[in-house]
Design a protein around this ligand. Structure first.
Ligand code: GRF
Length: 216
């Protein structure tokens, strides 16, 4: 049974998608803890209600990134996880922290990387005039919103979209690709080859959503 620790900062809908898929599909894995850097993160309620241990490591209680990351790592390590899943975890992590969990920490970013790293990705996409936008699941490396890509989901940008409408369309595809990517890791099917991630046996590492949000 593999062990997963999920880090959140807010709503936690991606965490919820992973927890639900793990239970529904009977993964040989267990989400053993959900840790938030914000005490008011809404996702903590879902986790606790589903019998998952929750913990808050409030970044405001620390005087720097190093001390926060060290405290966070201590909490994570209590669970001896095989995989750390960043699900809307809104903290820039130190190189030491990233290095400690190299090859076993995944993140989801709401853009088709390498386009639009950072914040306000949906507005960035609208401003750039792209016609296709989406989300990426990637292994975490020291460079923010960068790292070998495990899966991507694409959605159209349509007339009349604002950032909120686009975000909602992307979020649906996030809830599809993130559980898939986590399951592949759990099944031991991912290997990092330079900048690329190989999935064995192979299956599509992309998903195209139609306008109604259905994958094809
Ligand atoms: C998602 O769009 C995720 O890609 C981004 O932050 C958002 C978090 O949403 N990093 P949730 O907390 O998973 O609902």
């Amino acid at each position: 049974m593999k062990k997963i620790v999920i880090l959140i900062s807010g709503r936690g809908s991606n965490m919820e998608a992973v927890v639900r898929a793990c239970a529904r599909e009977g993964w040989p894995a267990r989400v053993c803890a959900v840790i938030s850097n914000r005490p008011d993160a809404a996702g903590l309620g879902f986790a606790a209600a589903n019998g998952i241990e929750t913990k808050v490591v409030d970044h405001r209680q620390f005087d720097g990134r190093e001390s926060f990351d060290a405290a966070l790592a201590r909490e994570i390590d209590r669970f001896e996880p095989d995989l750390i899943v960043l699900a809307g975890f809104m903290r820039v992590l130190t190189d030491a922290f990233v290095g400690k969990y190299a090859g076993r920490m995944l993140n989801i970013h709401p853009s088709l990387l390498p386009c639009f790293p950072g914040l306000r990705t949906h507005q960035q996409a609208l401003d750039a005039g792209v016609r296709v936008h989406g989300a990426s699941v990637h292994f975490v490396t020291p460079t923010l919103d960068h790292g070998p890509i495990v899966a991507q989901g694409a959605v159209p940008v349509v007339a009349g979209d604002d950032a909120a409408a686009l975000a909602a369309r992307v979020l649906k595809v996030e809830h599809d690709i993130y559980p898939r990517a986590v399951r592949w890791f759990i099944e031991g099917r991912l290997s990092i080859e330079g900048e690329r991630v190989a999935l064995t046996p192979s299956e599509p590492q992309w998903l195209f959503a139609d306008i109604a949000g259905e994958g094809v």
